[in-house]
Design a protein around this ligand. Structure first.
Ligand code: ADP
Length: 272
């Protein structure tokens, strides 16, 4: 059996170009302080409100590599930590993304952590306390995390249920930051800048979103995200009629309920 170490080039995970990020509050300074003490961070907020963009921006600002993992319920601990693979030369250990991040000193961003099963989530425990270590049980190796390593998780409180939540023993290893859709003026700037539409159109899109967000819990599970507003603006900037663009991005993806669609379409028609 040949065990070949996989050597990873940390540079591939460095973000070279400044991601566009519009600060919404004190989050940049707070995150910098949390990073300075390598505090594991939990970023909470609805889908598409800027959590991932913020983490990308912070990784760029701090000049650290970023490794992102989209969590899902089929994910196993081995998907995070690594596994032995068989190839023509024998057996080869392949580090998982969490292990790579701990070795090279990356920020490891576990997106939508609640999607992962609890037996998967517990592998992060030794990395998130004073030990800052990761046991690779199958390989018989104990990794000491690189001094630059930090773990960040995101989670959407809207999807919280008894079935899908983090255990207290996991939660209480993180500092938390609440995110929400940006305030009106900031969201208008984001939509205009990201999509290329004029400010007046961006304002209308944000107004529609505000109406729809009021319907959360009254027929809609989740409000229209900033991401969808950007999509809408991108279509409009490409010459698609605003009504069609809004229908494609702000109505159809959100709900299949005919009454709710009528309500949303009516909101769109008020502005366009
Ligand atoms: P999520 O909260 O699901 O991780 P993202 O970070 O992917 O959401 O944000 C979705 C989109 O919204 C981004 O691609 C970006 O266009 C836009 N966005 C949201 N908030 C901001 C912000 N503060 N600055 C710049 N872009 C933002």
């Amino acid at each position: 059996m040949s065990i070949t170490e996989n050597i990873v080039d940390a540079n591939q995970y460095i973000i070279n170009d400044e991601p566009y990020y519009e600060p919404v509050d004190q989050e940049i300074a707070l995150y910098e302080s949390a990073y300075a003490v390598r505090m594991p961070m939990m970023i909470k907020g609805p889908t598409g409100c800027g959590k991932s963009r913020f983490v990308e921006y912070m990784a760029w600002k701090l000049g650290k590599p970023l490794i992102t993992v989209a969590c899902n319920e089929d994910m196993t601990a081995s998907d995070l930590v690594g596994r032995f693979l068989l190839d023509k030369d024998g057996t080869k250990w392949q580090d998982g993304p969490l292990t790579t991040a701990a070795r090279i000193g990356a920020i490891c961003y576990l997106d939508e952590i609640v999607e992962a099963r609890q037996d998967t989530t517990v592998v992060i425990h030794p990395l998130t306390d004073h030990r800052r270590s990761l046991p690779l049980d199958k390989k018989g190796e104990l990794i000491q995390a690189h001094p630059d390593f930090q773990l960040v998780i995101s989670y959407n409180p809207g999807y919280q249920s008894l079935m899908k939540d983090l255990k207290q023993s996991t939660k209480q290893r993180f500092g938390g930051m609440d995110f929400d859709y940006p305030k009106e003026k900031i969201e208008v700037s984001i939509v205009a800048k990201e999509s290329g539409v004029d400010v007046e159109t961006a304002e209308k899109l944000v107004q529609i979103a505000h109406r729809a967000r009021n319907l959360k819990g009254h027929g809609l599970d989740e409000g229209i995200s900033t991401r969808l507003l950007v999509y809408s603006g991108q279509l409009i900037a490409k010459g698609v009629s605003p009504l069609a663009a809004c229908s494609m991005t702000m109505v159809t993806p959100l709900t299949d309920d005919p009454d709710m669609r009528d309500t949303l379409n009516a909101a769109v028609e008020t502005f366009f």
